[in-house]
Every structure is written in C-alpha cells, then in structure tokens.
Design a protein around this ligand. Sequence first.
Ligand code: HEC
Length: 177
Amino acid sequence: MAAFPRLGGVGAAYLQQQLDAFADGTRKNAIMQPIAQGLTPQQRIQVAAYFSSLPKPAAVQDGAARTPSDTGAWLATRGRWDEGIPACAQCHGPGGVGVGENFPPLAGQPAGYLADQLKAWQSGARHPGPLGLMESIARKLKPADVQAVSDYYAGLASKAAAATAAAGRARAGGSTP
Ligand code: HEC
C-alpha cells in the first residue's frame, strides 16, 4: 500500500484541484479517476475541506550537514543550480512540510507515491500544475535523483516517529538502548 498518499492537513484548494484534475482526466490514475468522476463538484469541495481539516504529522527540521553526494538531502535543501534544479524546500517548505494552499507537503508521503508523481510529470500523465512548475523540475531529474529525493522525504516521517517514540521512552523513565 506504499503508493497511497496521506491527505490529512493538505491544503483544501490543492486537494480540490487534484480531484478536479482526476475528474477531467488531466491527472491520470486508474483508482482515483472513477472516484473523482463519481463526485459532484460540490462533493469534491466538501471532501477536500474535510481532509484538509485533519491534523498533519509533526514536522522534522533537517539540520544535518550535507554533501552533494548525499543526493536526496542535497536536492531537497540545496537543489542543483548548474542544472537549473531549485531546492525542493524553496517551495515545499523547510523539511517539506508544505506551504500555504498551493505547495503540498512532501514529508511523510510514501516514497513510492512521490516517485510516481515525479515520473508522471516526466511522462505527461499528470497535469503540469500551476505555471508548469513541477513538470519542468521533474523533467530535469534523473531516475536516481527521483529515487533519492523520494526516499529522503519519506524518511523524514520515520525520523519524526522515532523522535516521538524516544521522547515517550525518556518520559517513561525507561533505559535507552
Ligand atoms: C518553484 C516551486 C517548486 C519547487 C522548487 C518544487 N516544487 Fe514540487 N510542487 C510545486 C507545486 C506548485 C506543486 C503542486 C502541483 C500541482 O498542483 O499539480 C508541487 C507538487 C509536488 C509533488 C506532488 C505532491 C502530491 O501530493 O501529489 C511532488 C512529489 C513534488 N512537488 C516534488 C518536488 C521535488 C522532489 C522537488 C525538488 C527537486 C520540488 N517538488 C520542487 C512547486 C515546486
């Protein structure tokens, strides 16, 4: 079930646009298209508002020192300017938490889902998005970049879970391994 995204706490306008895109076929997905087409425009607004109102997972700030060979983290936090690739964090926020209504979170999404979206832009199976921003970025990523940056953002969520669990153990007075 790795390729199903989380929806809780994602911006309502963004979710509604995606449902509209599934419904009109500009974003292609065998599971989501019939579901979105079965909803009225009003129901798409209501479903988007509902998921947007659910809590989002805790954010992780990634302050670790990085080198360019650390491909996922480097692309996420620095980009690769000689190839015209901006840092993902510039639009998706520090730690990939998402910014406002139009820049969705990346942190905590399954790696398979993130990679599928980047590949969908590369192949034209997903609507280019506002100003074609993501399509042009995705087309500059090599297959190894797609995998590395997807693994990086998926991994931030497990770090958050581990930190929460460690804090819980410390509060319980248990010994830490
Ligand atoms: C200039 C701004 C900008 C930058 C930089 C940027 N993105 Fe995006 N990204 C967007 C926008 C806007 C969307 C929403 C697109 C849409 O509505 O279809 C998006 C959506 C996405 C999605 C889809 C999320 C979902 O929930 O389906 C993924 C995956 C993604 N970006 C990955 C990346 C990665 C990886 C990088 C860095 C290599 C990156 N983005 C850099 C603007 C940006």
